[in-house]
Ligand binder design. Sequence first.
Ligand SMILES: Cc1cc2nc3c(=O)[nH]c(=O)nc-3n(C[C@H](O)[C@H](O)[C@H](O)COP(=O)(O)OP(=O)(O)OC[C@H]3O[C@@H](n4cnc5c(N)ncnc54)[C@H](O)[C@@H]3O)c2cc1C
Length: 469
Amino acid sequence: MAPPRMSVCKSFSSLFKGSSLKFGKSWVSNQHRRGLYDVIIVGGGMVGSALACALGSDSKLQDKKILVLEAGDKVKLEENLGLYSNRVSTISPGSQNLLENIGAWKHIENMRAKSFRRMQVWDACGDGYVTFEGSDDLQHEVVMGHVVENNVLVKALELQLEELKSKIDVLYKTKLKEIQIPWDNENCNWIEIALEDGQTLSTRLLVGADGHNSFTRKQADVECITYDYKQNGVVATLGISETTDNNVAWQRFLPNGPIALLPLTTNKSSLVWSTTTEEAMKLVSLPERQFVETLNEALTGDLENNSISRMASHLMHNAISTIQPDYLGLQMPPKIEYVEENSLASFPLGLNQASYYVKHRLALIGDAAHRIHPLAGQGVNLGFSDVQCLVKELRLAAVDGQDIGSLEHLLKYETARQREVTLMMAATHGLNSLFSTSFIPLVVLRNLGFQLTNALNPLKKQIVQYAMK
Ligand SMILES: Cc1cc2nc3c(=O)[nH]c(=O)nc-3n(C[C@H](O)[C@H](O)[C@H](O)COP(=O)(O)OP(=O)(O)OC[C@H]3O[C@@H](n4cnc5c(N)ncnc54)[C@H](O)[C@@H]3O)c2cc1C
């Protein structure tokens, strides 16, 4: 039996106090309800749309009526896709697998995505670095992941939702306005929601996939731990000086935060530069030439490199090279030539962890449940893992003839996901803190840690396997 959970019920009068909506009796009376759904998903971004496609393509959930509410419009892409978007995600092989299973990956392949086979992570304050390569059981090199523009991903999911339109309704330009959650766990009442256009709907399960400022989470009174990194992620589409395979994802740790170059084509890469809010504001206001110079300096310059750390790293490097003659040295990323017009922008970075991911008839997924630092490129991948886990639990409930909105099996989703998310959150938060310092003992220690990790193949293999999940 599931433990009791705090539930939310606001009186109708207080719900609509000050609202221009005139629900009166219609909120409580079935005869005025416009729709009843098994699952309503609030937010048709990458994670919410993936959940809808996953539910719609699951053979055990075929009789379920699903609705997606998306505040924005459909993604508009030019015929030839035009310029690259500055918002991209690194998609792990595990996430690719989900997208293949729900029929969205074929649309991505028809549009565009760039694979990468290697990652190099290194420290600007020393000579420490680690390279990661994906390999299969036969030690063949394999793809470690793909860089996909967020709007291409959402478009692919929209196209798949159209293929599933007999099972899934999607309302674009539609915002959730109010939620009423039933009093207690035993009560079989459904959740009722009001939309900004005045419609009211009922559902067995309401899923909040409405991003890190989740309105659903706030309406359901789910508390959330938040942390402001006082950093911004500066993003841009970059032209690189030479045409190469461009199949390496680069990340250099600078004292103000990590800078990452993610491949887009043989001569374009995407930038995610996490830095203090102050520096980010300065960077985005620089003239293009000056920005490119600053960027090349940040990627390859001898910044804050101190002699003690360098000496310790050299000694370690020499020792490891003697034991492992094939030990690869530090590689340099490609030189940046230009920034694509209008692609330079910046986004605030923060951490959120909802104290509950579920309540009776309610589940939170993606950034609505958790938001992490982008340095590991895992945010949306965690969201896709939420989708896989939630669908598995809903399928089990449906097969057992249970109510898919009941807390009992939703709690299994919460337990499994909070366990994994907390680990990833701690790792990204810890790495960001460890590298945001020039304190010499820590700089020496982390550089030695990098060298050791790089030399220990079994450890590296485990890290790669985890990142590729
Ligand atoms: C600079 C930066 C770089 C990043 N890089 C990576 C990366 O490389 N790899 C990675 O895995 N992750 C990355 N992330 C994280 C990733 O972008 C997020 O984890 C991901 O966007 C979360 O997806 P989501 O669908 O949960 O939320 P969102 O993308 O925020 O989508 C939420 C959707 O809900 C809709 N919505 C909101 N409110 C309402 C409402 N009231 N009613 C109806 N609809 C509503 C919105 O319109 C939106 O479409 C990065 C983040 C940043 C800031």
